[in-house]
Design a protein around this ligand. Structure first.
Ligand code: 4FV
Length: 257
């Protein structure tokens, strides 16, 4: 059982996780828990405000430390009372470590994650210093709140949990799991818009199919994401398949066939 607690001003947004698809099935099976905490319920002042103007001026508002701290501590206490020992508190922000499969698998080691989803221009830095273990970004662009990034993180962790994906195989041979892009997929009809499915996939020869798929995955990674390939140590077979792919693509470029 993986435990997720999220501090958010928009708890209803998380229905996207619990009411749809693979994450709903895992949630309904009790494979993960999701508890949402609205900092407005911890706001002290009469207006229950959770944000204020930034010191030093500038546009927008900043989330106040106190309501967030109270909500985070309540979430951590709940996880503690459930016996969670290795808990991590993660603030989703553009200043964080950019999420990739390696970081997903690292964070998935924790039994419990407490996530802080910010809004407005951000949160008081002293809250981050006091209550947050690490900051995580889903990418170098800005979205209007931490809720979608928090759901991306939860979804990417839940689908890696044993028994969540129907076919265990699908968890292991997904994009990036081996650090490379996925091979192209095909399904019926055999001919679509005059385009046939690559014959090897109809051959039933699983060894040939595995090699073709590895070759395509390596080739596409070489073409589209050479940065990923640079991080990898290819084994002899992979290196040979990639050389074949490069040679064939050069030939194709030359002849256009
Ligand atoms: C973000 C990201 C992100 C910044 C201000 C929410 C927004 C607003 N979070 N990865 N990229 N957050 O853009 O995690 O409060």
């Amino acid at each position: 059982m993986k435990r997720f607690d999220v501090v958010t001003l928009f708890p209803d947004m998380f229905d996207a996780l619990t009411n749809f698809g693979i994450t709903q099935r895992a949630y309904d099976r009790g494979q993960f828990e999701l508890v949402l905490w609205n900092p407005r319920e911890f706001a002290q002042n009469a207006y229950r405000s959770v944000d204020d103007r930034p010191y030093g001026g500038g546009p927008g508002m900043v989330m106040m430390a106190d309501p967030l701290a109270k909500a985070l501590r309540a979430a951590k206490a709940r996880q503690g009372s459930c016996g969670v020992r290795n808990m991590r508190t993660v603030f989703l922000s553009p200043q964080g470590r950019v999420l990739d499969q390696v970081l997903v698998d690292e964070l998935a080691q924790a039994d419990g994650l407490v996530l802080l989803a910010g809004r407005y221009e951000g949160v008081d830095e002293r809250l981050v210093e006091q209550e947050v273990d690490e900051e995580v970004s889903i990418g170098d662009y800005v979205v209007s709140g931490g809720e979608l990034p928090a759901m991306v993180l939860i979804d990417s962790i839940v689908r890696r949990m044993p028994g969540v994906l129907n076919d265990a195989g699908s968890a292991s041979d997904e994009s990036f799991v081996e650090g490379i892009l996925d091979f192209p997929q095909y399904t019926r009809p055999e001919v679509y818009a005059g385009l046939a499915v690559p014959p090897v996939l109809l051959s039933g020869n699983h060894a040939d199919i595995r090699r073709w798929r590895m070759k395509q995955a390596l080739g596409r990674t070489w073409r589209r994401r050479p940065d990923l390939l640079a991080k990898l140590q290819l084994d002899a077979e992979q290196a040979r398949l990639l050389e074949e792919y490069k040679a064939e693509s050069v030939a194709t470029e030359k002849t256009g066939v």
